[in-house]
Design a protein. Structure first.
Length: 245
């Protein structure tokens, strides 16, 4: 299935289009947007994409590489929340194909199907940090010569990027521009800190305690103790009231 999907994107590439990949890093999730735009409509309309576009338009695309090898029928049975949303936009500026999706686990971006489809990602987890390096695959530019560059944007909504080698920065948006001339020697590097929502962290710790037999027993004892204290307090108040009478 990967080969079919890659072919579909590459057919769009060879019409001389522009590609942008955007990822928004949130506190507990991340959003992905792959936008492929062709501005020359006459050139685009004269190119017969045929059934390969049908694959792009109809084939479900899983957001995680965990499901990348599933068949068409298996993908159709997946929950829609596990699949990318695909939209097409035709206007005076050209035609655009947009693949987008949100994943609730922020650090699972390493398993993004789009990220792994077009490049190789390496990551090291240590000291509550993730050190990431990413390179585009050679075939993106070697096989499809009409591609001039690919722009990658990371929006750091959670202020969790500790360091990076971006080509430019605009507020919380970090941008890398990878061209046919530099892709084989250019690596995207950044370091991401672990930042877990406090409420979510407390819930997770509570669930872990519930899963532990000793944790459940401790909670049971605490509940019994609280009930005993409430009853004892009630009896003392009643006793004092009776003595006053």
């Amino acid at each position: 299935m990967k080969k079919i999907l890659f072919l579909c994107f590459c057919i769009i590439f060879i019409t001389g289009c522009q590609a942008n990949y955007d990822i928004n890093l949130n506190s507990d999730s991340y959003d992905e947007y792959l936008t492929i735009t062709e501005t020359d409509l006459s050139k685009f309309s004269s190119y017969n994409i045929g059934e390969d576009f049908e694959y792009y338009d109809k084939m479900p695309i899983p957001m995680s590489i965990t499901y990348a090898e599933l068949s068409y029928n298996e993908l159709n049975k997946l929950d829609k929340s596990l699949l990318y949303t695909k939209t097409n936009d035709l206007n005076d500026n050209g035609i655009s194909f947009i693949v987008s999706g949100r994943t609730d686990e922020k650090l699972s971006f390493e398993k993004s199907n789009l990220i792994n489809m077009f490049g190789t990602i390496n990551s090291v987890h240590k000291n509550e940090r993730v050190e990431v390096s990413y390179n585009l695959k050679p075939e993106v530019f070697n096989k499809y010569s009409m591609v001039d560059n690919i722009t990658i944007n990371i929006r750091d909504n959670d202020n969790s990027l500790l360091s990076n080698n971006a080509d430019k920065r605009d507020g919380d948006i970090y941008t890398w521009i990878i061209s046919r001339d530099n892709f084989n020697k250019k690596t995207i590097n950044f370091v991401l800190s672990y930042k877990e929502n406090t409420v979510k962290k407390n819930v997770k710790e509570y669930k872990q305690k519930l899963d532990n037999p000793m944790g459940r027993f401790s909670i049971f004892l605490i509940v019994i103790l609280l009930i005993f204290l409430i009853v004892y307090k009630f009896v003392i108040i009643k006793f004092n009231s009776c003595n006053k009478l």
